[in-house]
Design a protein. Structure first.
Lengths: 68, 617
């Protein structure tokens, strides 16, 4: 993937997540910490690829992030 | 990017040759086998490290006579002049011009490092370049002949959607882990809920109150009389023990008049056993004697039989010793031996009877020994119990005398005192029982409170996992939305661009173009009727595909030039003119490199920078 397209994709993803939180009632309980964790997990996987990123890593990233 | 020069060293059919390129249209013109496609391949190989024709090894592109080959291009990006060389042995060299001198920027053999450098510096990506910039021979037909899913995959790769799908899959895997965790926590919660319920607080309070009442009642009654009550209680206990022992003692003496009788019987048995000493030896001797007698009888029988046989045979001489046979003498010997045998047999019978008697005696003695052991054990037990009884009796006597001394065991008071003592005993026993119950309940309550704490922690964990699951759901939905947005952002402009080119080339008259999301290929509605892409003529497909390529180049990005290898192949005169027109329009905004062997194209592109190729070159 082209780097500019990768950056653009990341921005689109963040905007879409924010829009979903605003739009959908069931996501209202999620706060900035959760949003940050999701975007970080997304960037991490997009950058490192499926082979290097295990599902448990993402689980830990999203699950633990909320404590901080 | 403006291409200025192609530089070849031992590449394809070329030994060492440079080809200058200009802005605008560059026509590489020449007959077949003159190296036109090699120049196209050289540009592609220099930029990507791969041959333009898929599944061809890079080493096959060198000159057959050389150890390795090199292709290079000189180009300008943002007013900076660069030279990029790529060897068939994978070495890549990038240098830039500064103050009339070339400076090396990059020199490496590692493929990934080279790819990253070119992507970062010039946004060059192999797949993107192949689809948006180059048209190689036969490409359109290969693309259209592919399965729609394969076509979609190619474009998904270009848009980065394949990567997004991978990320989504990872999030789905992660949701699976979260669900497993949720299941585990729920099971834990259920087990804790069960053991954390049924609070015993009310029951504890009730027992505590009851216990307090009982203790108060017991305390009011307990003074000096408490000691006496304890004594009486102890006395009763001792009496009970004494009764039990006496009963057991009576059982021990069952079958006997008294203890003296038991001792007398034991003495008698001991005497009988003592008298029977030597029974085994006597029996052994008898067995030996019987054996000897049996042997003698057998020998006598043999002799008698032999002699009788001799007599009956009427032989004059003995067959063994050859002496003369004297019938009378032999008969006498036979008679003597027969008598002797008879005596031995009588003796044997007597011995056998004696042996039988002795065996019975021995068995009786063994029974006596066993009986003696049992009686001796009973005697010992009797003695031990008698000692215990004496001891308890002594203690009981002492206690009775103590009670007598305190005067509490007087006939006049005995009835009421005994009753009070019994009441207190019952009260004490009730208090002990309630205390035990209370201790047990308190222990259970402590465990319950511990479980309750664990349940509260599990509830927090459950809420956390619930939120994680929601986050992951949002993450997946976010990716779906991103894919939709990306497709819209790229497909809509591509569709507009395609419309622009179809109008510009006056293709298909009144058309409506729809880039279908699934196949990512144009679907055409011509004069109000849907027309399948595959039903277009060859030249229509070619133009549509070229327009689509330009449209994709517009939205995905293009290095600034197009390279078209023989685009008029199979086109008739009219369509050739249309293609020349297309190239000219493309060249209004881009540098275009075209190869052809067609004179019509040469004359149509008059004014273009001409690179003439010949087979000799």
């Amino acid at each position: 993937m082209d780097i500019s397209l990768e950056n653009e994709t990341r921005n689109i993803y963040k905007r879409e997540i924010e829009a979903l939180i605003q739009r959908d009632e069931k996501y209202k309980t999620l706060g900035p910490a959760e949003l940050d964790a999701i975007v970080r997990a997304f960037e991490f996987t997009l950058k490192n690829g499926r082979e290097k990123v295990r599902a448990q890593m993402l689980y830990d990233l999203i699950h633990e992030k909320k404590d901080s | 990017m403006l291409l200025e020069r192609i530089r070849l060293r031992s590449f394809g059919c070329f030994q060492e040759q440079d080809f200058d390129l200009h802005d605008g249209i560059n026509l590489i013109f020449g007959p077949n086998f003159s190296g036109k496609s090699t120049l196209v391949n050289a540009i592609f190989f220099t930029l990507t490290g791969k041959p333009i024709v898929p599944r061809v090894d890079a080493s096959a592109m060198k000159n057959p006579k050389a150890y390795s080959g090199t292709a290079g291009i000189q180009f300008i990006v943002n007013d900076e002049r660069y030279q990029l060389f790529r060897g068939t042995e994978k070495r890549t060299l990038l240098r830039y011009e500064k103050e009339d001198a070339w400076h090396v920027l990059f020199d490496d053999k590692r493929i990934r490092a080279t790819e990253s450098m070119l992507q970062e510096r010039f946004s060059i990506v192999h797949e993107q370049l192949a689809l948006t910039t180059f048209l190689r021979e036969g490409e359109i037909f290969e693309f259209l002949a592919r399965q729609s899913a394969t076509r979609r995959d190619i474009l998904h790769t270009l848009l980065g959607i394949d990567r997004l799908i991978e990320v989504r899959q990872r999030f789905i895997d992660t949701r699976r882990i979260a669900r497993r965790e949720q299941g585990r926590i729920r099971a834990h919660q259920n087990s804790l809920r069960y053991s954390a319920q049924n609070a015993s607080e009310t029951e504890i309070a009730r027992i505590e109150a009851k216990l307090k009442d009982l203790e108060t009642a017991y305390g009011a009654e307990t003074s000096d009389s408490a000691l006496v009550a304890e004594w009486v209680q102890h006395q009763n206990r001792l009496q009970k023990q004494l009764d039990t022992l006496t009963h057991q003692q009576n059982e021990t003496l069952s079958g006997f008049n008294d203890a003296a009788h038991l001792r007398q019987i034991i003495a008698t048995i001991e005497k009988a056993i003592q008298e029977s000493t030597g029974l085994e030896t006597k029996r052994e001797k008898l067995i030996q004697q019987i054996g000897r007698l049996e042997s003698e009888i057998e020998a006598l029988t043999t002799v008698c039989n032999t002699l009788r046989t001799l007599l009956e045979s009427g032989e004059q001489h003995c067959p063994t010793c050859h002496q003369e046979v004297e019938q009378e003498v032999i008969q006498r010997i036979v008679d003597e031996k027969g008598e002797e045998k008879s005596q031995r047999s009588t003796e044997l019978e007597t011995h056998k009877q004696s042996l039988e008697t002795e065996t019975k005696n021995l068995e009786s003695r063994r029974e006596l020994e066993q009986r003696l052991q049992a009686l001796q054990a009973r005697s010992t037990q009797y003695k031990q119990r008698a000692q215990d009884i004496d001891k308890i009796q002594t203690e009981l006597n002492a206690l009775s005398s103590r009670l007598r001394e305190t005067g509490t065991q007087q006939n006049a008071q005995s009835l009421s005192d005994t009753l009070t003592t019994v009441d207190k005993q019952q009260l004490k026993s009730q208090i002990d029982s309630e205390r035990k119950k209370l201790d047990k309940l308190k222990q259970e309550e402590a465990v319950r409170l511990d479980r309750l704490g664990a349940l509260q922690r599990a509830n927090l964990d459950a809420a956390k996992v619930e939120k994680t699951l929601l986050s992951l759901e949002l993450a997946c939905t976010g990716i779906d939305k991103t894919i939709e947005t990306l497709q819209q952002q790229i497909l809509k402009p591509a569709e507009d661009e395609l419309h622009h080119w179809i109008d510009k080339m006056q293709l298909f008259g009144e058309t409506r173009v729809d880039l279908q999301r699934e196949h990512l290929l144009p679907s055409l509605s011509i004069d109000g009727a849907d027309r399948s892409l595959m039903l277009l003529s060859g030249s229509e497909k070619m133009f549509l595909y070229l327009c689509f390529k330009v449209a994709l180049a517009r939205v995905l990005g293009n290095p600034g030039f197009f390279v078209l290898d023989d685009p008029t192949l199979h086109l008739d005169g009219e369509r050739k003119t249309l293609m020349v027109d297309f190239i000219r329009q493309l060249a209004e905004e881009h540098q275009v490199v075209v190869t052809s062997y067609d004179e019509d194209v040469r004359s149509g592109l008059e004014g273009a920078h001409l690179i003439e190729m010949s087979r000799e070159a």
